[in-house]
Write a protein that binds this ligand. Structure first.
Ligand code: 26Q
Length: 808
């Protein structure tokens, strides 16, 4: 494929060369970390070649490009993926062997690039992988956070957060582009001279580009992730510096550079913090300058911008780009407002990732006036034009206009970033069929009435390279032997596995691989929690951010029920289970942190009770992230996707788990519905209220107490938790948590779904006892997951939203 492909000898030689010259150690004495750095350098050189070639080609072709604007890219580790994409895996394995090391241990030394919170950030990383693989001319744009997602430690059962200094030892993967730097301005005021607006800013910071090269698989093409670092302008507070007041000079420098210091956690409610707004504008302003600069270099005019540039908004976090592009086109390039607006709407598209109204991003008008005075003016003008148009659609309907307005006028005036994104885009999408349907029926119904064709669906996907080939080499090997290697680039080929469901030898091999993956996961659990779990037990897995709507607490109610039921009926032939949780709680989200603590407290009691030994274990794996997920996904038997129907936009962990042969127990929510359609009703456990039933139950006046009073099993569970059975040293510890269910309205309807959930878990047991049947259904899950490759998702975006045709 690659005429520059390196032989194993070249690779081993390159590694030794880099150990000596780049890392600075004697090759014979290299530690695993040093070896990791040297192997990375060998890959880096090849990436660099591909980057230069790709850029030259796209420039020559004057290609249309897509720019994916995202505050988050949850990349994880790069080495394993880069070696696979560059076809250097075997050579690197051999090179490591020459140093008496295993490549797996070497790769383990790389820190995760955790520049994201969860699903949205990881989706952006999967999309980059697919854009590169499909050869789509593309850039990701984001922030080079000095500190990524916090590291989670558990102390006495409680989450403790530590900073994530992922750059402390440098990273071999970035290319600092010293020549690519743009000024980004903040604050001040606006002067109007005739019809000209002049923004007199108060402050300015430099945005410096740091690129990560994203290799495509099965192609020499790459994509670029360009991350911006904030750097104080050189002249900053020269006076303090010259008078020897270094502390003050450093303080001023920090005030500028803190913009790219740390990733904001996804709080239960979005924080209205000024620094977050500065972050959003900072990376948008730098990206827009970079994009327009490249366009002008290649085309010499902005008139054809929309023919050559697509900019995608990953949620509303970069929505200020709509106002920024208008500002640059009108104020800096003298374009007429209407012309600029036509271009802007053709350039932008927007993905929404949440239905929950309280999670929609808004900024106080007063804050925006202070930080971005010119942008606020532009937003007001966009709003005026828009409301004039909308008023003709439903004359006299003031409620309609108030809901559509870019400004929320109830209470403290706020800018609605979702409204700005919709008005400024030609396409708006949700991330699963149900979610996209609910968007136009609920939070965006008024916009859908105006512009029905603007709204569409793009069901999420995950990259099979990381989430199957890399994470699960055992299963990947079996697939290669059965189907050939092409499934990596054409995941629909997994369909052929359906024929293997009845093949006893195949089943046996498939389950042997699952057992080995479970043994590996059990080792990870032992190492990180000190708890010994039995790989022969059913591994029941719920891994995701801790959120009330995701209902980790419902899972735990089942665990406690099962514990009590085993005690009551010890000889009922229980299927041994290990219930595995992992996930981070936002630092300010008290209820989420309390749920983590309860999981630990239940574990403390259950795991030490000899009466349930061998039948039930509860573990919480600390510091969930991409690399931990790569160990968990392949080792799961059962995937818990139990959000209240209508709350989980899509989910992507559900896809990773099913792709690795876990059966799903889940609600009729997000992408679970499409997973069911693709794997078949018999191969998934769907339970609980459906979205319309959730709506009508709430409308009828949901009374959680009724379920408590009528279900003795549920009553026993809640009484035990509330009474301190799992916190004997502080019996009242979970009174408040239980009260929030019984008296606080149980907003996410745990008690309403509890009964069917527990029943369904018994059906899971029954199937697991028939190991051949279970294997057949697990295989059916893998076979049905072709549709959930992010390659399919990106093809849809390219064709239906970005106006691009990827190579077939
Ligand atoms: C907002 C304001 C201030 C600070 C942080 C935030 C913030 C940051 C991250 C708000 C939300 C997020 C992340 C949301 C997210 O991950 N949503 C998930 O997106 C996935 C990909 O589409 C879906 O699969 C999940 O269903 C959805 O929850």
């Amino acid at each position: 494929m690659d005429k520059n492909a390196l032989s194993p000898t070249d690779i081993a030689g390159g590694v030794d060369d880099h150990l000596l010259k780049t890392v600075g150690v004697a090759p014979a004495q290299a530690t695993p970390t040093e070896l990791m750095q040297a192997v990375a350098q060998v890959a880096r050189e090849q990436l660099s070649r591909r980057w230069v070639a790709t850029q030259a080609r796209e420039r020559n072709e004057q290609a249309r490009r897509v720019y994916y604007l995202s505050m988050e890219f949850l990349i994880g580790r790069t080495l394993g993926n880069a070696l696979a994409a560059l076809d250097l895996g075997e050579g690197a394995t051999a090179a490591a062997q020459q140093h008496a090391q295993k490549l797996e241990d070497v790769a383990d030394r790389e820190p995760d690039a955790a520049l994201g919170n969860g699903g949205l950030g990881r989706l952006a990383a999967c999309f980059l992988d697919s854009m590169a693989t499909l050869g789509l001319p593309s850039f990701g744009y984001g922030i080079r956070y000095e500190y990524g997602m916090f590291a989670q430690d558990i102390q006495n059962g409680c989450q403790v957060e530590y900073p994530d200094p992922w750059l402390a030892n440098g990273t071999p993967w970035e290319f600092p582009r010293s020549g690519v730097s743009y000024p980004v301005r903040f604050g001040g005021w606006v002067e109007h001279h005739g019809d000209k607006a002049l923004w007199r800013n108060a402050a300015e910071v430099a945005a410096k580009a740091h690129d990560m090269v994203i290799p495509g698989h099965g192609t020499n093409k790459v994509s670029t992730l360009r991350l911006w670092k904030a750097v104080a302008p050189a002249h900053i507070d020269l006076h303090a510096f010259n008078t020897g007041d270094y502390a003050r000079a450093a303080g001023v420098k920090n005030e500028y550079e803190n913009i790219s210091w740390v990733l904001y956690p996804n709080d239960s409610t979005p924080a209205g913090r000024e620094l977050r707004l500065r972050q959003e504008y900072f990376f948008v302003a730098a990206s827009v300058q970079d994009i327009l600069g490249r366009h002008l270099e290649e085309h010499g005019t902005l008139a054809n911008l929309a023919d050559k540039v697509a900019m995608h908004l990953n949620d509303t976090h970069p929505a200020i780009a709509v106002a920024e592009l208008m500002r640059v086109l009108c104020d800096e390039h003298g374009m007429a407002w209407a012309t600029a607006w036509g271009i802007t709407q053709r350039v932008f598209s927007y993905t929404n990732h949440t239905l929950m109204p309280e999670a929609l991003e808004t900024w106080p008008v007063a804050l925006m006036q202070h930080v971005l005075p010119r942008h606020l003016e532009i937003i007001f003008r966009i709003n005026q034009d828009f409301l004039d148009f909308a008023a003709k659609f439903r004359p006299g309907d003031m409620g309609f206009l108030a809901r559509l307005s870019l400004i929320d006028e109830s209470g403290e005036r706020r800018v609605r970033m979702a409204n700005l994104s919709i008005v400024g885009s030609h396409k708006v999408n949700g991330v699963s069929a149900l979610h996209s349907d609910l968007l136009v029926k609920t939070i965006f119904a008024d916009f859908a009435a105006l512009w029905p064709d603007r709204f569409t669906n793009m069901t999420n996907g995950v990259t099979p390279r990381r989430w199957l080939a890399q994470a699960n080499p055992g299963l990947a090997g079996l697939l290669d032997r059965t189907l050939g290697a092409k499934w990596r680039l054409d995941l629909d080929q997994l369909q052929a596995l359906r024929d293997q469901r009845g093949n006893a030898a195949f089943r046996e091999e498939f389950m042997a691989i699952k057992r080995a993956n479970k043994a590996r996961l059990a080792e990870h659990i032992a190492r990180t929690t000190g708890i010994a779990v039995d790989p022969a037990s059913l591994f029941d897995v719920q891994v995701k951010r801790i959120h009330e709507y995701k209902r980790q607490l419902l899972n735990l109610l089942h665990v406690v029920s099962r514990y009590q039921a085993i005690l009551a009926h010890p000889n009922a032939g229980w299927v041994p289970r290990t219930v595995i949780f992992a996930g981070k709680a936002a630092s300010s989200y008290a209820m989420a942190k309390n749920i983590i603590r309860l999981i630990h407290d239940v574990g403390q009691v259950v795991n030490r009770d000899p009466r349930v030994a061998g039948l039930l274990k509860v573990v919480f794996i600390p510091n969930y992230g991409v690399s931990v997920a790569e160990v968990i996904m392949p080792g799961a038997d059962l995937s818990e996707q139990i959000s209240t129907a209508g709350t989980e936009a899509s989910g992507t962990g559900n896809m990773k788990l099913a792709l690795n042969g876990a059966l799903t127990i889940g609600t009729d929510d997000g992408a679970n519905i499409e997973i069911r359609q693709n794997v078949g009703d018999d191969n998934i456990f769907i339970f609980g209220l459906k979205t319309p039933e959730v709506v009508s139950l709430r409308a009828a006046g949901y009374q959680p107490m009724r379920y408590y009073e009528s279900n003795p099993q549920l009553k026993q569970v809640l009484d035990a938790i509330a009474g301190g059975a799992f916190s004997p040293e502080e019996p009242g510890r979970y009174r408040g948590l239980v009260d929030s269910l019984l008296w606080g309205g149980d907003h996410y309807l745990l008690l309403a779904d509890y009964g069917t959930y527990v029943e369904t878990q018994l059906r899971v047991d029954a199937l697991y006892r028939q190991s051949g049947e279970w294997a057949s259904r697990a295989i059916a899950n893998v076979a049905g997951m072709g549709a959930f490759s992010s390659d399919r998702t990106i093809r849809e975006y390219a064709q239906q939203i970005w106006g691009m045709t990827p190579a077939p």
